[in-house]
Design a protein around this ligand. Sequence first.
Ligand SMILES: C[S@@+](CC[C@H](N)C(=O)[O-])C[C@H]1O[C@@H](n2cnc3c(N)ncnc32)[C@H](O)[C@@H]1O
Length: 289
Amino acid sequence: MNLKDSRSIMVSSISYGELEDKDFKELSDFIYDNYGINLYPNKKVLVKSRLQSRLNALGISTYSEYCDFVLNKDPNRKEAVEMINRLSTNKTDFFREDDHFHLLSHNFLKSYITSANKNQLLIWSAGCSSGEEPYTIAMVLQEEKQKIPAFDFKIYASDISTSVLQKASKAIYSTNYLHQIPIQYKIKYLLKNKDSTKNQFRIAPELRNKVEFFRYNLLNPKLPTNDKMDIIFCRNTLIYFDRSTQKLVVEKLLKGLVTGGYLFLGHSESLINMNFNLAHVAASVYKKL
Ligand SMILES: C[S@@+](CC[C@H](N)C(=O)[O-])C[C@H]1O[C@@H](n2cnc3c(N)ncnc32)[C@H](O)[C@@H]1O
């Protein structure tokens, strides 16, 4: 047995006791108030197991002590960042809900460039997780850049979780996910690790240079930049918020979108009965009027 094995056995055999309902409520209220994410009571077991490694890392022996630390005693709020890294749900894929990328390149892009009379587009992937979404956008737009003279783009990509943002900036992914990427993009925009035992690929620098990652809380009433976006992707992120929070977030995103610009949501997300000045132009895609 090596050292790592024996350590993991030691960690799992330590008992940190129960996560009491009172502490769970305080934690979930904090997460709702600060990040908009609803942790329902049926998530208690999941929360407990996801936080166990933090108790171990901090040398804290009970969940109650941990809650007190993260909510009341952590002077610079660093632990809240670690906590949300563990409690956010970051599922994503390359070319997820792929009809959106087809619509972008085949239906919207050329007419938008013509009607807006501009060649340099700004795109924001809000809730970008580990980068698969913004790199998918970059692949699709880089292809269009070859076909449309003078067209260029920049992608802002933000998330609340610093751990997924770190992964996104490295742009290194397991070859297990290669099948998600159509062959024409694989050939041009992916670099295989020279060490074949590593089973990894990296996004090519010409795409990495197009994407700027940063931490941003969607509950922040202030937009992250004064630049207005031409296209905003905020997909599969609003589902973690309740209706009133969704409304506030979308209201703010729309302030940062140019008139005539596009908002892409996830396929299970809708703006029904929210009364925004938007045209519904395709499944989960809206145009600002
Ligand atoms: C399920 S992922 C969606 C990723 C990608 N947009 C997609 O559709 O594949 C949702 C992301 O939203 C992020 N998120 C949740 N609450 C957030 C908040 N308040 N501010 C910013 N990002 C948040 C999570 O960290 C997570 O990475």
